[in-house]
Design a protein around this ligand. Sequence first.
Ligand SMILES: Cc1cc2nc3c(=O)[nH]c(=O)nc-3n(C[C@H](O)[C@H](O)[C@H](O)COP(=O)(O)O)c2cc1C
Length: 529
Amino acid sequence: MSVAPWNGSKAKFIATMTDNCSLEAAWSYHNATKHSPASIRANRHSLDWDNQPLPFKIYPTLEPLPLPGEVRQTGVAALSAIAESAPLQTSCVPDLEAVAQLLYLSAGITRKRKFPGGEIYFRAAACTGALYEVELYLVCGDLAGLQAGVYHFAAAEFGLRKLRAGDYRHTLLEATGGERAVAHAPLTIICTCTYWRNAWKYQDRTYRHFGWDNGTLLANLLAVATALGLPARVVCGFVDAAVNRLLDIDPQREVTFSLVALGDIPNLPSGTSGELLPLGLETLPLSRREVDYPLMREMHAASSLHSPEEAQEWRGHTPATELPSLAGPFIQLQVLSDAEMPRDPIEQVILRRGSSRQFTHSSISLAQLSTMLDRATRGVPADFLDPPGAQLNQLYLIVHAVEGLASGAYVFHRELGQLECLKQGNFRADAGYLALGQELPADAAVDIFFLADLQPILQRFGNRGYRAVQLEAGILGGKLYLGAYAQLLGATGLTFFDDDVIRFFSPHAEGKSAIFLVAVGHSAKHKVG
Ligand SMILES: Cc1cc2nc3c(=O)[nH]c(=O)nc-3n(C[C@H](O)[C@H](O)[C@H](O)COP(=O)(O)O)c2cc1C
């Protein structure tokens, strides 16, 4: 492994570690952005349609290089692709076609729908409010069909805009404190999030959405990488300012949230990163005016890393997340074997996906639920999940209509492959209430909540652990979406009343925080293709 030298001093390292370790920032952001019936009643916010942000970042002075439009058929079953990772190989380098495939199936426009005021461009992964605040950038060496450079993915034109010519991978390697996957990656995709694009609707809560929406996108990206035989690793430990500077983004508006190192080569060619000059490129304004929500910028600053040493120190050593001692009764999952499971390929399933807008009350089978849970939770390759297979979130379920499973509340013991029943009963009305009074979770077959014990997570990872826990939930939630659609079921992400969710699952869930929710069932309108 080649590790780039860095200049940070020990004194600076300790000072900045203290910032990320002052955990009041994450706790106060989390508490301030909880939904409750009272917070919803008190919120006077309404949507200013005349000021709706543009859903794309556009550099008007740069011509996009078109990406190949043909979707390569990998034929790899979606239920395999979401569960597995490609093994490390001596040489595994994506070509331009593979790059196009990765971008299209994670952030490309897959559907358009006209409505009285305009048109919505739906993208490959689910995103809160269809506001698509996640932008993708590429940092690569020379690839077949693509010269070394820094590029922005222009989703609207399905092309790449070159921001910098040349190989800047050493800048990322340095920023990550010599992360192994980055040191061996022919290509790293950088995911940034734009505050205003999502805060227009969701205000301060948008920082949570960064993790969710980046996560669902990464679920697709990781699955497609696996299907293409590309090793992939999510990297969240990096010096924020260094990566933002490489992209020349304005961190008051747009910030780097995650990196994904893709492919595997013996080592980066030797070299160091020179000084980065600002690009000063014009971008189209998103709206006539933007409203600032400082709480999110404060949360971001308090979870930023400032030196490569700090980034290196940050990754790994995931705290064990233990569930309270077992009380039962228990139900063993009935996971379909590779031979039994539906084999619809990942690209077909991604194109089929679209959040359910209505569920029928009809049942799903225990095998369908089991397969989905099992396949979605076999581990995410990420720098904050070590040993491999570690998981920050725990899954709690409200079962309404699963054949062979009594209706009620459950907790999922991943390592045992079992569901533990916490209470039996018909909780459709409770589920509807918990998700802000929406009908979707009341009508679904099962609602899957992600809960996390933030205390040990923040203790280990500092405020940045809050980014990691939201991102992991988004990735697992995105995998559940794909696991549902692979079995011709429907799914939708949902938002929730934080403390009421914990109360519902308590005493088992006492002390935890509600992070994410996805509902699964039979869609009233089913789309096959
Ligand atoms: C984390 C998350 C939370 C969501 N919350 C809700 C919700 O509370 N209510 C709802 O109707 N849809 C919700 N959605 C669905 C989005 O509105 C949907 O993903 C978006 O409109 C894009 O459409 P598509 O998923 O069909 O591509 C959520 C999606 C995600 C990823």
